[in-house]
Design a protein around this ligand. Structure first.
Ligand code: KG4
Ligand code: ZN
Length: 347
């Protein structure tokens, strides 16, 4: 068997990305290039991602990113073995831009086309970075997603639970907005939390009293809003320290919920007696150091290997899409020109 090399495209949210990834005959992955053009500056003035602006920017940037990814990898289109593209879930204008671009490239170069579920991209990242064997437990935590999955094959996932309302990243972003911090809010809240007191405000730990792995984060954000309004009513405004304390208390609540629900998900996963148990995280929120170390401690206590991919591969990127495409392709799958862009697509 020869190594296989795929170009991957990602455009489902606010990052335009292209990457060239190789799968070696022994199953190991190698990232030859990974280009990410973020759109944060375009959306900054609106306090969130504007779908129409995102779609236009993807359409304008995708070909530039592809060129850059190919030349960085030292590959010509004709030397590739296939094109993988995020076909959903996500903002439909962006997903369509990517799918159309991929179809054009695949048709023009006569290459196989493989549509990839964005969530599968995140979920398969531990195999790209560390060659982890199935089955492993995965926590996907981003701005749009929050769920526990047991991955037992490139296309086989068991969902153990997830958020019933906001995703944690969304909650971080909303809390940042409440406190006048810029977007994306996660890194800002984390930075402020460092100088805050986690016990300054007593915030709820939603759904911990209920069995199972489902989570809820929207009440937590509302509790931060009330606490903020309480301080403003009392003192007329927030001091730097108040803000840091709110950030720290909020982050601690998210950590507690994620750690306890992860413990329950791990218990379920361990019932299947995996040979070398692995718990991996992915998604933008797994960049948070407090959350990472909470989960790391939990795993140490339960005798499970904890895996957090490098930050550049935790947030949206096209290397994970190229890799997920390779895994599908090796399993015998590919798509035709009728590949559809899907705004919703549960794993
Ligand atoms: O995976 P991602 O890049 O995009 C998707 O949502 O699919 O995740 C972005 C989310 C944003 O909500 C951002 O605020 C959050 O991840 N995030 C963080 C941190 N870095 C990024 N949340 C908490 N702490 C962080 N350090
Ligand atoms: Zn993502």
């Amino acid at each position: 068997i020869q190594p296989l090399t795929f170009l991957g495209l990602e455009s489902s949210c606010d990052d335009t990305a292209a990457a060239v990834v190789r799968r070696l005959p022994d199953g190991r992955g190698e990232i030859l290039s990974s280009v990410v053009a973020g759109q944060a500056a375009l959306h900054a003035a609106y306090g969130g991602v504007v779908p129409e602006i995102a779609a236009r920017a993807h359409a304008e940037k995708l070909d530039v990113c592809v060129d850059e990814a190919l030349s960085e990898a030292g590959f010509a289109l004709a030397d590739l073995d296939g094109i993988a593209v995020t076909a959903g879930p996500g903002l439909i204008g962006g997903v369509l831009s990517g799918v159309m671009c991929a179809k054009g490239l695949a048709a023009g170069a006569g290459l196989p086309l493989v549509g990839v579920n964005h969530l599968a991209g995140h979920a398969l990242t531990p195999r790209l970075t560390d060659g982890v064997a199935f089955p492993y437990l995965m926590l996907l935590v981003s701005g749009g997603h929050c769920q526990f999955l047991i991955a037992s094959g490139p296309e086989t996932y068991t969902r153990l639970g997830g958020t019933i309302d906001d995703a944690p990243g969304e909650a971080f972003d909303k809390v940042a907005r409440l406190l006048g911090l810029p977007q994306p809010g996660g890194p800002e809240v984390e930075r402020d939390a460092q100088s805050g007191n986690i016990r300054a405000f007593s915030l709820p730990r939603p759904l911990l009293d209920r069995p199972g792995c489902d989570m809820s984060f929207s009440g937590l954000k509302t509790a931060v809003l009330r606490a903020r309004d309480g301080i403003v009513a009392e003192k007329g405004g927030l001091t730097r320290q108040d803000r840091a304390d709110l950030c720290a208390s909020f982050q601690a609540a998210v950590c507690d919920v994620l750690a306890e629900k992860s413990r329950r998900a791990l218990e379920q996963y361990l019932e299947s007696a995996p040979e070398t148990p692995v718990f991996a995280v992915a998604g933008g929120v797994s960049a948070n150091r407090a959350i990472r170390s909470g989960l790391e401690n939990l795993c140490r206590g339960m005798g499970v290997r904890f895996l957090a991919p490098p930050l550049t591969l935790c947030t949206d990127n096209a290397a994970m899409i190229a890799w997920a495409g390779l895994e599908r392709f090796v399993g015998g799958a590919s798509d035709g020109m009728d590949l559809a862009a899907r705004p919703r697509w549960p794993l």
